[in-house]
Design a protein around this ligand. Structure first.
Ligand SMILES: [Zn+2]
Length: 353
């Protein structure tokens, strides 16, 4: 059941719009974020040297290998810089994006509204809980109902006293294996979807079993897979797991286009993965299309660190439109397939049930 009049509409930070007004849409980005929840003090002096240093040119080569121990790499806090960065996406033809910064990692509803107005960009704001290291301290004690109440309130009334409402329940952050608190958040998010009709967006642990287990928990708690986006699938193998996931009816998100740093070693819990590159991402999309799942795919860059921004040597928010779409055309993607991935699938994925 959607809040009055929201069924079939998309909720942006400036209010509801019809999905066909979204145009080209990235479904997973962060304009502002604080990921210092991941910070770990390194033991070695040579690594501690970088802990509090502002990210400069000479550090870009180690920015990814050192992600967990370089505080400046873990934050995007400059609203003016964010506006300038995202304008490059607007100028490349982008019209909308989802800012999936959720509770606990510096979500800023009024700043997103200001950037939306300044850049002439539709922004859909996220809301639920991120990974366990970003959970509130009293998460063990919070009931599923309390968690759901906050998520529902963000969708229907707005965050705090800002009046700015979330349009997506997520990104819901998970490691693998899942803890009880993560399962609680997933069930609360599913319940919030039942009550509001808002789409769900998940950041799973990078493991083939994680994505299927999460989907199972969500659907058992009442979520509708057709209104779920499963993110961060880029490195997950085998592809048969992605196919099985997509067949549940959910949207499958390849959201780290532009991120190709082979020095980054993602290794948390039982989830570990080798970095993938944009060629492998395009190959995954081709595979899914060949399996008849072209209407399930959404894509993005998940800009979330300083080294992802163009002013710090990264590819920024316009990389897909400027560099990847032309390569996709050369590889044989049709205009119809590109329109599905960039325009029509996101419109369906982001519309309230
Ligand atoms: Zn993200």
């Amino acid at each position: 059941m959607s809040p009055k009049g929201m069924s079939g509409k998309v909720q942006t930070v400036l209010g509801p719009i019809e999905p066909d007004r979204l145009g080209i849409t990235l479904t997973h980005e962060h304009l502002l974020i604080d990921l210092r929840c991941y910070f770990l003090m390194p033991e070695e002096a040579s690594k501690r040297y970088y802990v509090d240093k502002p990210l400069t040119m000479d550090m870009l080569g180690v920015a990814w290998r050192g992600f967990f121990s370089m505080k400046d790499q873990e934050v995007l806090l400059d609203e003016k810089a964010a506006t300038e960065e995202v304008l490059k996406y607007r100028h490349a033809g982008g019209q909308s994006l989802v800012d999936t910064t959720s509770i606990g990692i510096a979500r800023d509803p009024l700043a997103l509204a200001r950037i939306s107005r300044a850049a002439g960009l539709n922004i859909i704001m996220g809301g639920s809980h991120y990974v366990p290291v970003a959970h509130p301290k009293d998460m063990d004690k919070r009931s599923e109902e309390e968690i759901a109440t906050q998520i529902i309130n963000d969708v229907t009334v707005g965050v705090g006293d800002t009046g700015v409402k979330t349009g997506v329940i997520g990104e819901i952050g998970n490691f693998y294996p899942l803890s009880e608190n993560e399962k609680k958040v997933l069930r609360a998010s599913a319940y919030a979807q039942k009550r509001t009709g808002a789409p769900i967006l998940v950041h799973p642990g990078i493991h083939p079993k994680a994505i299927l287990e999460i989907m199972d928990i969500l659907t058992k708690a009442g979520a509708d897979p057709r209104h779920v986006i499963m993110g961060h699938l880029d490195p997950i193998r085998p592809m048969s797991a992605i196919k099985e996931l997509a067949q549940s009816g959910c949207f499958v998100e390849y959201d780290r286009f532009g991120s190709e740093d082979s020095s980054f070693d993602y290794d948390i819990g039982e989830a570990r993965s080798d970095p993938v590159n944009d060629v492998q991402r395009m190959e995954s999309l081709e595979y899914l299309i060949s399996e008849g799942l072209g209407d399930r795919i959404v894509i993005a860059h998940d800009v979330c660190t300083k080294a992802d921004t163009t002013r710090h040597g990264g590819k920024g928010y316009a990389h897909i439109l400027e560099n990847i779409v032309p390569r996709m055309r050369k590889r044989g993607f049709t205009q119809k397939q590109l329109d599905a991935i960039l325009i029509h699938n996101p419109a369906k994925a982001l519309a309230f049930a």
